[in-house]
Design a protein around this ligand. Structure first.
Ligand SMILES: C[S@@+](CC[C@H](N)C(=O)[O-])C[C@H]1O[C@@H](n2cnc3c(N)ncnc32)[C@H](O)[C@@H]1O
Length: 253
């Protein structure tokens, strides 16, 4: 496990959507410090300590734990994929400062961590590329980034955690088309946001503290099957209907 290099506290200058990565980062750091934690994430703790930002603005609301539950579910899906395909390729789309590689890597898989250039610049101050792990600085909407992951030959697990809901629907459709065309057999994990959440986000405990706004309102993830005939929805969960294996790994309190 590669711990991030420690450097003096630094201020970050990120675009509006990019800033949202600090919410799940802080969520994992706060969770990691609990005596009974859903996950341990020393790297997140160190990054929060190293970044000069008012993280406390996100304290007190339910969102932090929500981000940890979500990442826990994505971890479960990636683990299941790597159990079946230990030499497979994982692509983190909109990786932010997520540390899934630190939690889930099996020592064999290929990992690509894609995000916008300012995020990758920040990410590079904490993590380094290796022969199996590479950062890619690009928008998911610009297909040029796909060459490197395509060179591994797959199979592919694409994880877009807390990313697509920030894009307008036409961009989400473009991203889904691009991913489906370049990685036709891939598994794609993503989260959707329903109309209630999009309408009330100005009073949301975490989103009300940042500029970025959710744009893609998706009442039912099954709609994606209509967007891409031939694709199949394999699983869909909410925080109250987590898979048994995920639920069983949660701390008692
Ligand atoms: C809420 S954060 C989630 C970060 C990470 N997936 C996690 O769960 O910790 C949203 C991320 O999506 C990234 N993002 C937004 N639009 C993007 C785009 N067009 N291409 C790639 N990444 C994008 C942002 O820069 C940010 O890192």
């Amino acid at each position: 496990m590669a711990a991030p290099q420690r450097k003096p506290a630094r201020s970050v200058r990120l675009g509006a959507i990019q800033e949202t990565l600090l919410i799940p980062l802080y969520g994992r750091a706060v969770e990691s410090r609990k005596p009974e934690a859903m996950l341990r994430d020393q790297a997140a703790e160190q990054m929060v300590a190293a970044i000069d930002y008012d993280f406390a603005r996100f304290d007190g609301g339910p969102s932090l734990i929500g981000t940890v539950l979500r990442t826990h579910l994505f971890d479960h899906w990636v683990r299941a994929f790597l159990t079946e395909h230990p030499d497979g390729t994982v692509v983190e789309i909109g990786t932010g400062l997520n540390t899934r590689y630190e939690r889930v890597d099996n020592g064999r898989a290929h990992w690509f961590e894609l995000d916008l250039p300012d995020v990758i610049e920040l990410r590079r101050t904490f993590f380094a590329d290796t022969s199996r792990r590479r950062m890619l600085a690009a928008s998911v909407l610009d297909g040029g980034w796909t060459a490197a992951p395509l060179a591994t030959g797959g199979p592919y697990f694409l994880a877009a955690e807390a990313v697509l809901a920030y894009l307008p629907e036409k961009d989400v459709r473009h991203a889904i088309d691009l991913l489906a065309e370049r990685f036709p057999e891939a598994l794609l994990a993503l989260d959707t946001t329903g109309p209630g959440m999009v309408e009330t986000q100005d009073s949301h405990d975490a989103l009300s503290k940042v500029q970025a706004r959710l744009r893609w309102n998706c009442p039912d993830p099954r709609l994606l099957e209509d967007w891409r005939p031939g694709s199949r929805l394999l699983a869909s969960h909410t925080f109250t209907t987590l898979p048994t294996q995920v639920h069983d790994r949660l701390p008692a309190e």
